[in-house]
Ligand binder design. Structure first.
Ligand code: ZN
Length: 205
């Protein structure tokens, strides 16, 4: 997924317990953990070829997966005094694994999950780069959770449930069958102004 979608996904995940147990600081850490692998996207500042060589590899490999959430949990537990290390670490680890799981399901852009031990790439490519439905689902659920904290866990369940239902649908029916579903699944981006693609987190087409 793209970064704004990872932010929305992690924010929704935090509504299942982190927000209630640790408050906004816990939610912020969950969002950080959920975006951590995409730090390798910052390689874009070193140039396009550098980005193509390292994005979806360095941040999505074993060192960040195994150590990143633990370091963030240590920060939350020891420096921010949010509470015991272990439950916080578990939530942050789930947020990071959620990032890897969604990246694995989306796009034809393999992840090197075992880097640097192995350079084998994995990915299902269920969703096209500009598919609007996952973005709209996550944004709508996050907006609902933000606007109405009392229903935030329900909004999160609906948003994440909707996202995974859509992924299952795409696995079953890989190609859209009508022109409007093809438009939603990516064709809208062909003739749209860049600002609309930026809103979905697409800064590279
Ligand atoms: Zn990623």
């Amino acid at each position: 997924m793209k970064v704004p979608e990872h932010i929305a996904f992690s924010y929704l995940l935090a509504q299942f317990g982190v927000q209630q147990a640790y408050g906004p600081a816990g939610t912020a850490l969950t969002i950080l953990a959920g975006c951590l692998p995409d730090l390798d996207g910052l390689t874009v500042v070193a140039g396009w070829s550098f980005y193509r060589r390292y994005h979806r590899i360095v941040g999505h490999g074993l060192p960040v997966t195994l150590l990143g959430p633990a370091l963030l949990a240590a920060l939350g537990s020891c420096l921010l005094h949010l509470g015991a290390f272990l439950p916080l670490w578990l939530w942050l680890q789930v947020a990071l694994l959620g990032h890897l799981l969604t990246d694995f399901c989306f796009y034809r852009w393999p992840l090197q999950l075992l880097w640097p031990v192995s350079t084998r790439g994995w990915g299902l490519g269920l969703v096209a780069w500009n598919d609007l439905l996952p973005t709209a689902t996550l944004y709508a659920a996050a907006a609902m959770a933000l606007a109405s904290p009392a229903v935030a866990p329900m909004a999160a369940a609906a948003g994440l449930g909707g996202l995974f239902t859509y992924l299952a649908w795409r696995a079953w029916r890989p190609r859209p069958r009508s022109s409007w579903s093809a438009w939603l699944a990516g064709n809208w981006a062909r003739q749209s102004a860049p600002v609309w693609r930026w809103l979905t987190g697409d800064f590279i087409t």
